[in-house]
Design a protein around this ligand. Structure first.
Ligand SMILES: Cc1cc2nc3c(=O)[nH]c(=O)nc-3n(C[C@H](O)[C@H](O)[C@H](O)COP(=O)(O)O)c2cc1C
Length: 372
């Protein structure tokens, strides 16, 4: 889902009551201009919810008129608006819907912070776009934040497309073109190189991600997976895992919040190979990756590391095999510190073979009937 948070425009200081404070003439002018930019940005919320307080209501009405949408005045968006209110107001909406909330501070700034981890101070008349990873998700990305002054500048520029170019903070998700519907976490998963170097993963979240691996299925419930885990706060450990990565991966993985080495136990019994060890490790990682994404955290797996160096550094016994390294972190809104090549990679298209190239029946490489 996508949320737009709008803080009401500049309002008069005094009125009979706080409830009845109106937008000033300047406040109204600015909101009219912002609303025109929102139309140019092609904002299409399925619903606009506003606090019933007059200054919010007037702001919402100006925006709604520009976008050609009705406004719903709801008590939930009044003072004290929180995540539970959002969930209540959006519970019947479609996962791809957009919804706009017009309300007050500190609620607006706080909600953006709670959902994205970014400290923002929403100005009067400001607008934030937060893209969620699912319905009722508690984690999202601040795609952009437009301060009223930026609206002014955008309002004066008439070049087509300028507004969109000027406001993007976090590069858009690389959503695949799927042929059938997918669970939102699977649809949103991809392997970024642009990690937020300022943002760590808190202990509880990391434990939840690791717990997801723990509960994977495995042949005879042997649970052959092991993980060497290095959060960035422990610089010595982080550097140790970092030192086993190949240079090409080091260039971007240095910004990750957590680095891991994924290892599998190769034997069922001392002399009996576990043929499924790699399969089961991969499955545990896949669960971990999706659980991470449910927390707004992305994973990038790497074959590009030196297993022998890892074995030596960590004294990994012979019956265990280091398979991959994994970088975890939040996506960064700022890709300035990436190389041109990596920046390009963040927005390149995503390709997959067709189902008919991988789903057979009858004989090898015979595409299954039901695919046609
Ligand atoms: C086992 C494995 C090894 C990988 N090794 C690397 C690597 O060394 N460096 C890298 O940048 N990406 C690596 N990747 C990421 C893949 O390139 C990526 O998953 C693939 O291109 C599909 O893109 P997506 O994950 O964004 O859908 C690896 C992925 C897997 C599962």
């Amino acid at each position: 889902m996508r949320y737009y948070f709008v803080r009401h425009g500049i309002a008069e200081d005094m009125a009979e009551s706080d409830f009845s404070r109106q937008l000033t003439a300047r406040g109204r002018r600015r909101v009219v201009q912002s609303a025109a930019v929102m139309k140019r940005l092609n904002l299409k919320p399925a619903r606009v919810y506003s606090s019933p307080r007059i200054r919010a209501r007037q702001t919402a009405e100006i925006i709604s008129e520009a976008l050609g949408l009705p406004v719903s005045l709801v008590e939930e968006v009044n003072f004290g608006f929180d995540l539970n209110d959002i969930n209540k107001l959006t519970s019947d909406m479609h996962i791809d819907d957009e919804v706009m909330f017009v309300g007050h501070n500190p609620d607006m700034s706080l909600l953006v912070h709670q959902l994205t981890g970014v400290d923002v101070s929403m100005k009067k008349g400001g607008l934030a776009r937060v893209d969620l990873l699912g319905r009722n998700a508690r984690h999202g990305e601040l795609v952009w934040l437009i301060a009223p002054k930026v609206f002014d500048a955008l309002g004066k520029s008439d070049a087509q497309g300028t507004a969109q170019d000027a406001v993007t903070l976090t590069p858009p998700q690389k959503l695949p073109q799927t042929e059938s519907p997918l669970h939102t976490l699977i649809r949103h998963r991809w392997s970024p190189v642009g990690f937020d170097r300022r943002r760590g993963i808190d202990r509880g979240t990391l434990l939840s991600i690791l717990e997801a691996a723990r509960w994977a299925a495995s042949s005879s419930n042997l649970q052959p997976w092991r993980f060497i885990v290095a959060p960035k706060e422990n610089q010595a450990e982080f550097q140790k895992v970092f030192s086993v990565l190949r240079e090409g991966n080091q260039s971007w993985a240095q910004h990750a919040a957590v680095l891991m080495i994924a290892v599998a136990h190769k034997y069922r019994e001392p002399d009996v190979i576990n043929r499924h060890a790699g399969h089961d490790l991969g499955q545990a990682i896949a669960q971990m990756v999706l659980q991470a994404l449910d927390h707004g955290i992305y994973a990038h797996q790497m074959g590009g590391f030196f297993p022998d160096k890892a074995r030596a550094l960590y004294r990994i016994p012979d019956e265990f095999e280091p398979y991959t390294a994994i970088a975890l972190g939040y996506r960064s809104p700022d890709l300035e510190y990436l190389s041109d090549g990596h920046r390009q990679r963040e927005s390149s298209g995503r390709l997959r073979q067709s189902l008919s190239e991988m789903i057979f029946s009858g004989a090898w490489e015979e595409a299954a009937d039901f695919l046609r």
